[in-house]
Design a protein around this ligand. Sequence first.
Ligand SMILES: Cc1cc2nc3c(=O)[nH]c(=O)nc-3n(C[C@H](O)[C@H](O)[C@H](O)COP(=O)(O)OP(=O)(O)OC[C@H]3O[C@@H](n4cnc5c(N)ncnc54)[C@H](O)[C@@H]3O)c2cc1C
Length: 369
Amino acid sequence: MTAYRLATSGASVLMLDRARFPRDKPCGGGVTVRAARLVPFSLDPVVEDVVDRVELRLRYGRHFERRRGKPLVLMTQRRRLDAFVAEHAVAAGVEFRQGVRVTAIETDDRGASVTIDGKQLHARVVVGADGVNGISARALGLRSRRTHGVALEGNLSAGDVELARYRGKVVFELGAIRGGYGWVFTKGDHANFGVGGWEAEAPALRDHLRELCDQHGVRADRLTDLRGYRLPVADPSAPLVRDRALVVGDAAGLVDPLSGDGIYEAFLSAGFAAHAVADFCAGRTAGLTAYDRRVKDELARNLENSWAAKHALDRFPRLLFAVARLELVQSALERLARNDPQPATARRLAGPALRGLGLLAPARLSSAA
Ligand SMILES: Cc1cc2nc3c(=O)[nH]c(=O)nc-3n(C[C@H](O)[C@H](O)[C@H](O)COP(=O)(O)OP(=O)(O)OC[C@H]3O[C@@H](n4cnc5c(N)ncnc54)[C@H](O)[C@@H]3O)c2cc1C
């Protein structure tokens, strides 16, 4: 997305990826409407289901469903979404080299370089968009304190799950996994079952996924494409820029700690990064630091609320579940998922309430990497 945006602003862009596209990426493939709104072209060709209902469940028991009447999440598969975005980047003029692994990145105040196949390539600016396991953040010294979540997911094809039961909705199972939840998302011809939580839950994730399947009356041994991956949440003070290089998306550790979503944050940071790079290349700014400030200004308040809600969910799942039933909260979540403006009363109530609950919860169970 950064490459696409840079190319459309007139920059000469080389995009490198160690994978060949289409490639998959462990992900539920849920693109919130607020994320889709950041994309300058329609995602319709890769959308497989449109979600306007949320089914919230507590410890595989009590549950309720709300229809919001407006689309909240667009369901896609990352294999399709990422190839689609890459195609748009190429059509906009980006040179895309696939199957090349970057092994080193260097930068100083004169420019930046990356190493592929033992050869150095030079550029005025390098953007690290290489995900949670990439090398850019580490190579640039931008990988300071981080908390990681972990998630495991797999797919059940139409013959193994009653897709109509899940069509048009997202199902979240709360209170069963520390630091996370279970989910069921539908796609065109399959449903995605997944579980995520604190990094310390990693050894138990397979059991959690089996439990999720059992509780939904489907067979865990029929899951295909089973994949686990980490979700990075950076300390809010972690720098995102070094000289003539910056990091976006998971490379910057921008995943939301409560929802585990990172596509919105990846698209948002891509847009801000492209702006900062274009301004710098046009001589309008002396460096890239405006990017760092803009990302933090935009995400800071949500990050604080998400941490508070996450700790409260661990400590008081029943209370959070009861609060989540309230129309005021449902409507606030709908506005958040869509990025519709929040009424002033909701803004005034939601943040302090969440932070209050968070303060009652125990100290953050973090694992610094
Ligand atoms: C199980 C799971 C479920 C999730 N579900 C959702 C969801 O439903 N909705 C949501 O919003 N978010 C979800 N997320 C989070 C979301 O997947 C990430 O936040 C998002 O993919 C970040 O995008 P990115 O472009 O920064 O990184 P990535 O999507 O990880 O892309 C990084 C790219 O860099 C390439 N790369 C890596 N290293 C190198 C190298 N050395 N040289 C060259 N190329 C390299 C990789 O091949 C890859 O193509 C989920 C995450 C997990 C783990």
